[in-house]
Design a protein around this ligand. Structure first.
Ligand code: ADP
Length: 446
């Protein structure tokens, strides 16, 4: 059953229940008022009060009588017409002659009333009891009310059903639009299309905006996936071509052991590159899709960076001077396996793109104000041109791909960024072409 129909049915049911309750109420009130004829009520009330009067020791007591009951106002007078106690329907105290046992109709200030007097005689005196009621027949109002109810309620019900249906339709129209747009986007595979909802309830606009955000993300990841796949296959094609060529050469041309060794070395080198590339691709996708849990632990970053730097520069064929400015006792919460890749990648780049006999500085400091551990890797190598500064974080991007053949795939910095993000940190670069680069990684301290 559609939501529209449900809402309309709900409104209709509620209206019917309300109508039944109102009708029941009107009928009950009508019956009770018809049963109460004003003349009867008047006489009954006066007679009842007469029986409640108490006379003892030559005096009357009227404490028990009802001065007002069911529309009847009662008053008590002495034999000479002096008012002893009483309640009246208006300011006027109805000073007219007493006539016992007779219902009379009078008009006071333009309003009609019925008056009924009764004289109660006792030994040694008597009192008049007067009852006054408005003779206006209440059942007339009820009849009118009933007629109005009978004619108005069906109209109201029809209105509420039609109105409910229209409101439900207009509230759900945007949903149909969203569904149609989503259908056309998925059937046309056009992820760049968006749901356009100019009018409609705010909830629907939020829904459309959420859909659009989702489509945007889908489009981005789809594009990234596409680029990644084509870049990965492109990157793998080169070493595979080299390996195949070397195999061919070895089979057809190598006659000596040395020749063979040369081909095997070339194949080994390319295979290692490929292995590293595949490893990096795997790490990236695991990080991106959160496929693996990386436990974080709080430990000394100072000692860790110091050890990683020493390990990296065991081979230093370029005779680069290494400076370490590592503040002691800087701790942070990190995954050593992942963070070592950040350090190694930055050092690798500083070394790779650094000059022979150049300088590399590894700095670690604590930004206590922000509670961040800040790692800087600075080199005085070839630097990065300004227009390329934003691109270096992209996967497979290399300023000069020909250099990448000798190690490097353009995935290193993408990994650095992904790992830093996972540590809730940031990574930034400052670089001047021909002068050098400084990469800064900040992660929250413990
Ligand atoms: P690669 O494997 O090519 O080094 P990276 O993702 O680590 O891939 O770096 C991407 C590109 O950024 C590199 O190809 C290089 O052009 C540039 N780059 C990175 N680090 C440095 C650096 N320290 N100095 C100069 N250029 C750098």
């Amino acid at each position: 059953m559609s939501a529209r129909l449900r809402i309309t049915l709900w409104i209709t049911t509620m209206m019917l229940i309300m109508t039944l309750i109102v009708l029941l109420f009107v009928i009950v009130v009508n019956n009770s008022s018809v049963a109460n004829d004003p003349t009867d009520s008047l006489v009954d009330a006066v007679m009842a009060n007469a029986s409640k009067l108490v006379y003892s020791d030559g005096t009357f007591s009227w404490n028990n009588i009802d001065l007002y009951k069911r529309g009847v106002y009662c008053s008590v007078y002495s034999i000479d017409g002096t008012e002893l106690v009483g309640a009246f329907p208006s300011e006027e105290h109805f000073t007219l002659d007493f006539r016992s046992g007779m219902v009379r109709s009078i008009t006071v200030d333009g309003a009609k009333y019925l008056v009924f007097d009764i004289y109660t005689d006792y030994e040694g005196g008597g009192v008049w009891i007067r009852g006054i009621i408005s003779p206006y027949d209440q059942s007339e109002i009820i009849k009118e009310l009933l007629a109005l109810t009978y004619t108005l309620l069906p109209v109201l019900i029809v209105f509420s059903i039609v109105g409910g249906w229209l409101v439900a339709c207009s509230a759900f129209r945007p949903v149909e639009k969203i569904v149609n747009s989503a259908d056309s986007i998925s059937s046309g595979s056009d992820l760049s299309a968006r749901i356009k909802l100019k009018r409609g309830p705010s909830e629907m606009k939020h829904l459309a905006a959420a859909f659009n955000r989702m489509l945007e993300r889908l489009e981005q990841s789809f594009e990234a996936e596409k680029n990644f796949t084509s870049a990965a296959s492109h990157e793998l094609r080169t070493p595979i071509t080299v390996i195949l060529a070397e195999c061919d050469r070895a089979k057809r041309k190598c006659s000596t052991k040395e020749d063979f060794l040369e081909s095997v070395n070339a194949i080994e080198y390319q295979s290692r590159n490929m292995g590293e590339l595949v490893q990096q691709m795997l790490s990236l996708s695991r990080l991106q899709y959160g496929a693996e849990k990386y436990p974080m632990r709080v430990s000394s970053l100072s000692e860790f960076i110091d050890a990683c730097t020493d390990e990296f520069f065991i081979d230093n064929d370029k005779s680069i001077t290494i400076r370490k400015e590592i503040a002691p006792d800087v701790s942070a919460k990190y995954n050593p396996d992942l963070f070592s890749r950040v350090i190694m990648n930055l050092l690798q780049n500083a070394y790779k793109y650094g000059n022979e006999n150049g300088n590399i500085t590894v700095k670690l400091s604590a930004d206590k104000a922000k509670n961040y551990a800040v790692l800087c890797v600075q080199d005085d190598g070839i630097g990065i041109s300004e227009e390329n500064l934003d691109k270096i974080w992209l996967r497979f991007w290399q300023a000069d791909p020909s250099r990448g053949v000798s190690g490097g795939s353009g995935l290193g910095l993408a990994l650095v960024k992904e790992i830093t993000d996972l540590h809730n940190g940031t990574v930034a670069v400052e670089s001047t072409e021909g002068v050098g680069s400084t990469f800064t990684v900040s992660i929250p301290m413990k």
